[in-house]
Design a protein around this ligand. Structure first.
Ligand code: ATP
Ligand code: RIB
Length: 296
């Protein structure tokens, strides 16, 4: 079975769910606190693994209990962490504030910023097949090394330029299949591009195809954190399953819609999927099917 290789961040998310987000200088009390696994890379790896494909993660954790816990959690969810390194900085942490259907995130990158070009090149020595998905909570140099290593091996490569930040000129305009939200689309572009549009769905623009796909609207938007990650993981998995870009994007759209219905960036597939989402994802599980929680 074609494997997915995910290059990116691994974090612990400290999630504060409040009735509204604070404005600058404001303190909001009465929030609910939860801690979950996070990091765009790890969230995407879990989404691809939930979709039933073998996934290998390339990233870095710290020499701490958080890092060990993340590796154990990812392995238990079907993500091979044999290419995850241990740095000297702490495991990445994100303060995620959720309120009023929106979020604010501050990330302490820690060990994620210790992922080096050398580690990437060594990791790719053992990779010669699969779909490679790279996101941008790592430095530009290893990010570029991963994209070019994947391209040199002739692998299908997806670049999720998230979160939005200034990219090196080599990354700002490039040829990989690019997935961006509307903010990120202002700083990076490709002629093979999917732009995610939140509750509006997505737009696909390639030389062969230009189309918009509406979102599968969630009855209640609980937490949008990680919707883009669910989208990217399932997009990569669908491409690895041999689907064409539009079909893959439609499945990714369903995953994004599932992700906004629960708190956290990885848990969406651990609860029974609603029927509309399950149908597009081709899952046999849906609300009320009696199969109970837990990833497939
Ligand atoms: P995030 O950074 O919060 O992970 P993002 O900004 O990268 O997300 P979005 O464009 O907000 O990405 O959302 C990604 C995908 O998730 C959308 O293309 C859509 O498929 C789905 N999605 C997002 N918001 C909603 C919503 N309110 N209802 C249904 N689907 C949604
Ligand atoms: O995309 C959501 C992720 O962004 C969170 O899990 C958080 O860790 C940040 O990396």
């Amino acid at each position: 079975m074609t494997q997915i290789v995910v290059v990116g961040s691994i974090n612990i998310d400290d999630i504060y769910t409040a009735h509204s987000l604070p404005v600058v200088g404001e303190t909001v009390t009465g929030a609910r606190y939860q801690q979950q696994g996070g990091g765009k890379g790890a969230n995407q790896a879990v989404a691809a693994a939930f979709d039933g494909l073998p996934v290998k993660m390339i990233g870095m954790v710290g020499p701490d209990a958080d890092g060990q816990r993340q590796i154990e959690e990812l392995e238990s969810l079907g993500v091979d962490c044999s290419l995850v390194g241990v740095g000297t900085e702490p495991t990445g942490r994100a303060a995620v504030m959720v309120g009023g259907g929106d979020n604010q995130i501050v990330v302490a990158s820690g060990a994620n910023h210790q992922l080096s070009v050398h580690t990437i090149m060594r990791a790719f020595d053992s990779i010669d097949a699969g779909v490679v998905l790279v996101s941008a909570e790592i430095h530009d140099e290893p990010l570029l090394a991963a994209l070019f290593a994947a391209r040199d091996r002739g692998l299908t490569t997806v670049f999720n330029a998230a979160p939005a930040r200034t990219f090196s000129t080599q990354l700002a305009k490039q040829e990989f299949l690019l997935v961006v939200n509307e903010v990120e689309a202002e700083v990076v572009s490709s002629n093979h591009q999917i732009t995610t549009l939140g509750s509006e769905g997505l737009r696909i623009q390639t030389p062969e195809l230009s189309t918009t796909v509406p979102a599968l609207l969630a009855p209640e938007v609980v937490d949008t954190t990680g919707a883009g990650d669910a989208f990217c993981g399932v997009l990569a998995a669908s491409l690895a399953k041999g689907m064409n870009l539009e079909t893959a994007a439609r499945r990714a759209n369903a995953a994004g819609s599932a992700a906004v219905r629960v708190v956290g960036a990885r848990t969406w597939r651990s609860v029974p999927l609603p029927a509309d989402v399950a149908e597009v994802l081709g899952s046999t599980r849906s609300v009320g099917d009696g199969l109970g929680p837990g990833p497939q």
